[in-house]
Design a protein around this ligand. Structure first.
Ligand code: CP
Length: 304
């Protein structure tokens, strides 16, 4: 882990550390993350500072904290002194001066935060950074694959969509290939990164071929906010060629699983009926995210 205990990218975790997080997540999931389970008293504090919108990641970190005795305080960027001209660096330094035990940060591309975060003395957990990294999403995705498919080796994970602008795809590529999965990318040419950057990935130009190959299909949202010069492919053309529909799922293994990190634009990357398909695990991913983040928080605080 960088600066001792921070996790800013999947590369900050050894494969052994990842397995150990999964073992603890499994235990926490079985023992604690159930309705009615008693929450432990809070012994630590965590600040969640999200400079980009989030539903799942921020709430999941906060729920995870509750299960391992960590009380969260949320920094609301939209009502903060950023609007008075305070810099990101000064904002983070002020938040850490309040002495939380853990800081969770999500931000768009920012060289100043890339430089600052690894120098902080407390554990910093990434909630997603630009188009580079979303380590806890990759952890929960891998944990979901393990729980649902029972293994990593032999699994073929087909990631479909805006790979070039996706931090989820980058973190999943690193983590899943290290764990023993094969990874395939599919999508319109403008969404696919160069093969040199992802030498272990298979590239599919047709959705049908990728779905026939895969045991896991993962859809991705088109990251409109990261296309500075606009998106060339229309929503209609994208859905016609790469949208996952019940008809196209006929090409997919009966025992395969369908995933998506969310948020989903229904009718674009997934037709609405896909969420009702018996192979869909989108909400299980969210549930697993709480257990995985709880395990990670406990580990970086030195527990278990
Ligand atoms: N998967 C994910 O990062 O979702 P949010 O943007 O809602 O946190």
């Amino acid at each position: 882990m960088s600066n001792g205990r921070s996790v800013l990218a999947t590369q900050d975790l050894t494969t052994d550390q990842v397995h150990s997080i999964f073992d603890l997540a499994e235990k926490i999931s079985a023992e604690k993350i159930q309705p009615g389970s008693q929450l432990p008293p809070a012994t630590h504090s965590m600040i969640t500072a999200f400079f980009e919108p989030s539903t799942r990641t921020r709430m999941s970190f906060q729920m995870a904290g509750l299960h391992v005795g960590v009380h969260s305080v949320n920094f609301d960027a939209s009502h903060s002194s950023l609007s008075k001209g305070e810099t990101l660096t000064d904002t983070i330094l002020n938040l850490t001066s309040m002495k939380p035990d853990v800081l969770v940060v999500r931000y768009n591309e920012s060289d100043e935060l890339d430089r600052l975060l690894p120098t902080l003395k407390i554990p910093v957990l990434s909630g997603g950074s630009g188009k580079s990294a979303h380590p806890t999403q990759a952890l929960l995705d891998a944990f979901t694959i393990l729980k649902e498919r029972g293994q990593f080796r032999g699994e073929k994970v087909f990631i479909v969509g805006d790979i070039e602008h996706s931090r989820v795809a980058k973190s999943n590529y690193d983590l899943l290939t290290r764990l023993g999965c094969e990874v395939g990318f599919g999508g319109p040419k403008e969404f696919l990164p160069s093969k040199e950057k992802f030498p272990k990935a298979m590239y599919f130009s047709s959705l049908k071929e990728g779905m026939q190959w895969a045991t896991v299909v993962m859809g991705l949202r088109i990251q409109l906010e990261r296309h500075s010069s606009g998106v060339k492919v229309s929503d209609r053309d994208y859905h016609a060629e790469f949208g996952i529909t019940s008809d196209r799922l006929k090409n997919f293994a009966n025992d395969g699983i369908i995933m998506h990190p969310g948020p989903i634009n229904q009718g674009l990357e997934f037709a609405p009926e896909v969420l009702a398909d018996s192979r869909c695990r989108v909400l299980q991913q969210v549930t697993n995210g709480v257990a995985v983040r709880a395990a990670l928080i406990k580990k970086v605080l030195g527990g278990a």
